[in-house]
Ligand binder design. Structure first.
Ligand code: ATP
Length: 313
């Protein structure tokens, strides 16, 4: 089973309004409430593709219970560590073609809770047969990059490939630890620029030199996703320019998570490099074609898989 990590999941509430009135009462008839978090998007896409997947992280309170109920409804196996604090709500108000978001930070995780979660996670790797681990998103308050480093190191001890999709200082700190082995990272252009602490050239072929620096040595795959322009990827010492067909996009949110799901699925099946890239691009594209974030239509997989073009540089 592929295991996805979401350390700070949420109940995502969507309110659709004709007009959003500030300093007044807004009555909502169109409400959606779903289990949210990047790792949960990854898990849903893997599930849609028909592979076994489990989701872990930390949840608590009545919102935590709501998240587990939603996952059960979707037949997603959950292995969340439960704490005595309330998980968070994230509200998106859709109005007049705009989206106004109100995001809670979520619970503060104490040192004791962190230690208990890590113990629990270690046990999970012992008792379940995990083929690939994905780690997505930011950490809750109270946790430092050390938590992700520990998860990766525990997976390394069991030879479980790790796909890491996080950003900012946490990603930089993890990459600084050369003892950790990472199967893949999937930054987008902004995230790669942030790692390098400079605005990169918009011509990806000029990134080869950067990606050959020691920072990326312990990572098998660096797949920089470029939205409609596909991706620029490094695998060991090989570089690939990946192009995708022009498609009708319904909702692109979560395409990065769907790409991570594709990478995990390809690692799970031990696919060859070009097949891995095709799979990752296809799951990203299929996600953009669905209204619901983190969903793909498996029936369209081969049609789009065959339209991805890869140029080895
Ligand atoms: P997000 O933060 O919304 O999850 P991201 O910035 O991490 O996304 P993107 O580079 O936007 O990731 O998208 C990931 C992949 O999804 C792309 O490499 C591509 O395969 C697919 N994709 C995204 N946007 C489009 C688009 N407009 N047309 C076709 N494919 C797309």
């Amino acid at each position: 089973m592929i295991l996805t990590v979401t350390m700070n999941p949420s109940v995502d509430i969507g309110y659709r309004l004709e007009t959003f009135l500030l300093d007044d009462v807004n009555r909502v008839t169109d409400v959606s409430k779903t289990a949210g978090g990047k790792g949960l998007n990854v898990a849903r896409v893997i599930h849609d593709l028909g592979l076994e997947v489990g989701a872990t992280g930390i949840i608590g309170g009545t919102l935590g219970n709501f998240i587990t109920e939603k996952l059960a409804e979707q037949h997603l196996r959950e292995y969340f560590f439960k704490i005595n604090k309330e998980s968070r709500n994230c509200i998106a108000i859709l109005h007049e073609g705009k989206q106004t978001e109100i995001l809670e930070k979520g619970p503060h995780i104490s040192e004791e809770e962190t230690a208990a979660f890590l113990e629990y996670f270690q046990q999970l790797l012992e008792t379940e047969n995990i083929s690939v681990l994905t780690i997505s998103g930011s950490l809750p308050k109270g946790m430092t990059a050390d938590v992700y480093k520990r998860l990766i190191s525990l997976a390394n001890q069991k030879d479980i490939p790790v796909v890491l999709d996080t950003s900012g200082s946490v990603l930089i700190e993890v990459l600084e630890d050369s003892s950790l082995k990472i199967a893949a990272i999937k930054p987008n252009y902004d995230e790669l620029s942030a790692i390098e602490n400079k605005e990169l050239s918009t011509n990806p072929s000029e990134w080869q030199e950067i990606l050959e620096t020691p920072r990326y040595n312990q990572i098998d795959w660096v797949i920089t996703s470029l939205g409609a322009a596909g991706a620029f990827a490094k695998h060991k010492h090989d570089f690939y320019q990946v192009s995708i067909p022009s498609i009708e996009v319904v909702n692109p949110v979560g395409s990065g998570d769907a790409t991570v799901a594709g990478i995990a699925v390809a690692l799970n099946q031990a696919l060859a490099p070009e097949e891995l890239l095709r799979t990752a691009m296809t799951t990203g594209m299929l996600n953009t074609m669905e209204m619901t974030t983190g969903t793909v239509n498996k029936d369209l997989f081969h049609e789009y898989f065959n339209q991805v073009t890869i140029k080895k540089l």
